[in-house]
Design a protein around this ligand. Sequence first.
Ligand code: NAP
Length: 306
Amino acid sequence: MRAAMQHEPGGVPRVENVDPPGPVDGAVLIEVTSVGLGAWDVVGAYREPIDFPCVVRGEGVGHADDGRRVYFGERSIRPFGGWAERTVVPAAEVWDVPDHIDDRTAITMGIAGTGALVPLEQADIQPGENVLVLGATGALGQIAVQLARVLNAGRVVGAARDRDSLDRLLDRGLVDAVAQVSGDDDVESLRAAAPDGYDVVLDIVYGEPFVAALKATRVGARLMSIGALAGPTATIGLGDLLYRTHTCVGTGQRPAAERRETWERLLHLAVTHDIAVDFVDYTLDQATEAWHAQTSSPHAKIVATV
Ligand SMILES: NC(=O)c1ccc[n+]([C@@H]2O[C@H](COP(=O)([O-])OP(=O)(O)OC[C@H]3O[C@@H](n4cnc5c(N)ncnc54)[C@H](OP(=O)(O)O)[C@@H]3O)[C@@H](O)[C@H]2O)c1
């Protein structure tokens, strides 16, 4: 079968012919139809160490050997993964996709949707509160700004580096304001977008942008960090943190049943609230290009047909 193989940590994958998976007790063989790529794939932010070479893991949609149309998360049994014609996944991680849900929605509401919804719900947004999404122009961020409104936020602000993609958020009406965080006076830029300060921050970048966002919050703010695309460390002044709460949220290690329940709720929210994400489409044979696009911040969800 064709598969996008990665030969070392951080290595750029290339498509090769490899042996397909065979039956494994307690697992489901899947013919993959669509597969997604996210920032967690290219930075290797998986729950467990991975042996190389292996198929790029990814999350995807396909047909189980009994014919069911299913979603599977980035849990393929190694060395297999989603970026291949076939994969094999533990049965608890293989979830039926309702007929009215397309492949892209099923994939996008998986890791990205869960990474947005869980911390926003944990932040317990009160009606009318100001919400900042740091990293708002990516896949997870686009979902997060829309979910913040579903959860009754007042002013929703999106922040990132690229001006054009911030303007696109505004043009699509997904945010009330944007703030460019390019390293020059980020605190001022964030304060200008919400002069009263932020009550909730969903942070997928950490590092210096997080330090700036903290300074733009108001008393009682809840800051939820879920990613570190801008850097794994930040120097936080205790005075800035006073009367605020900072939480690091992980979703991937939760039990499969809990993640499935969240995904099913997200599918419902996506349809009911018409949650829209920009996509960029590839094929399995374009895995190398897709990988480069993800490492260059695509401002869209990358999905490939297989
Ligand atoms: N903790 C969890 O449970 C959990 C769950 C799901 C995902 N995650 C994490 O969430 C992250 C989001 O993934 P994704 O697929 O949505 O990523 P993505 O599509 O690549 O989007 C990344 C976003 O961050 C911005 N960004 C990147 N570097 C930045 C920097 N240095 N300063 C400011 N903004 C920056 C990008 O815009 P610009 O390039 O224009 O700045 C973009 O808005 C990943 O790190 C993933 O591991 C965590």
